[in-house]
Design a protein around this ligand. Structure first.
Ligand code: M6R
Length: 354
């Protein structure tokens, strides 16, 4: 049942401290400073990695590919439905990773079969034990989020991001950075702090008459912006788009008015934050309401009409925390609009046609 929550989605959002703990359990040795995934001990470090995934899982794939590239391993995220036509060469020693919560998505399955038939080594990052993806692939890493009933993926997305971190730490043959291990330890309580203190419900209340909703982010916050918009459109039925913050001025800015709230994700106080703040100023100059999701390290909040706060953490964990605020934004907006949150129109939990 929904354990007292109005919707499965809200229940699953609130389950994240627990589902993340389950995902990490036994895989991070804080004393030794090791991250090891038992299922992956026979997985060798590949020369390159290709990710295939759809929807929310594709956003996790974008994040995972960015982490790998950061660690020096060439990696690309493909939309599974485009993989066959993109037809990327698969060099020797390539690992193809399917990210799929259900393990049954037809587009992802067909990309994985394609990769397998072309001789690639394959890995499934999935939530469902014994799923088609788990059976198709040479390796499997389970994200252990527990069953997700709501069509909108929430806790499985956060566990996919952590699954990606575990995978990447396993593939990079160096000892994990202490700060990252500390951030993983603090992750469940940081998520809990957001759930306990979020003002997302009050923030969306000002936007019930808005025409469209934009989400922007840079670097690993770009997939968070895309995911924020996907969740929002999926359950509110309102027009929402996610953009790389720097792309706004290359076209989408034409859509920005006082009727289009812009949600901007800004963490840290480095170059990425400063550039995103310039992009925020561009939308502010068009009178758009600005909501900043931030850890408060930069002065981004100064340019915002509303702020959704997240705790300060390792930069690799910030996208996950920011996304929790955006999950709540989508949920509360859909709830205020009286939408069918757990079963949005036209959508199915598991998409088994191509
Ligand atoms: O089961 P999968 O992770 O393969 O599903 C992929 C997408 O269909 C899925 O993430 C979809 O985008 C979600 N309903 C979004 O909330």
């Amino acid at each position: 049942g929904k354990s007292g929550y109005d919707h499965f989605m809200l229940k699953e959002i609130h389950e994240q401290p627990t589902s993340l703990r389950q995902c990490l359990s036994g895989r991070v040795d804080e004393l030794a400073g090791h991250i090891t995934v038992e299922e992956l001990t026979d997985l060798e470090t590949p020369r390159s990695v290709q990710f295939v995934a759809c929807g929310t899982s594709y956003h996790a794939a974008m994040y995972a590919a960015a982490l790998l590239r950061d660690g020096g391993i060439p990696a690309t995220a493909y939309l599974a439905s485009e993989y066959a036509t993109a037809n990327p060469p698969i060099p020797d020693d390539t690992l193809v990773v399917g990210i799929t919560q259900s393990g049954e998505t037809a587009d992802t399955m067909s990309a994985l079969r394609d990769a397998n038939s072309r001789g690639a080594e394959t890995l499934a990052l999935t939530n469902v034990v014994g799923s088609s993806a788990a059976r198709e692939c040479d390796h499997v890493l389970y994200i252990r989020a527990g069953p997700e009933i709501g069509v909108a993926a929430t806790k499985t997305f956060s566990s996919q991001l952590i699954g990606a971190t575990l995978l990447v730490e396993n593939l990079l043959e160096e000892t994990a950075d202490r700060e990252l291990i500390g951030a993983l330890r603090d992750l469940p309580s940081n998520v809990q702090a957001i759930l306990d203190n979020s003002n997302a419900e009050a923030v969306v209340d000002d936007f019930l008459e808005s025409n469209a909703f934009f989400f922007i982010g840079r670097g690993t916050h770009f997939p968070v912006a895309l995911e924020g918009a996907l969740k929002f459109k999926e359950i509110t039925y309102e027009h929402a788009e996610g953009f790389a913050a720097g792309e706004l001025k290359h076209g989408p800015l034409a859509l920005v008015t006082e009727h289009t709230p812009v949600f901007a994700v800004v963490t840290g106080n480095g170059e990425n934050a400063h550039k995103t703040i310039s992009n925020i100023k561009e939308v502010e100059a068009r009178d758009a309401p600005v909501v900043v999701v931030t850890d408060g390290q930069s002065d981004a909040a100064r340019y915002a009409d509303a702020v959704l706060e997240i705790p300060e953490t390792h930069e690799q964990m910030a996208p996950l925390l920011a996304n929790v605020q955006l999950q709540l934004v989508a949920y509360h907006m859909a709830n205020r609009l009286g939408r069918s949150i757990d079963k949005p129109r036209n959508l199915a939990k598991s998409v088994t046609v191509e």
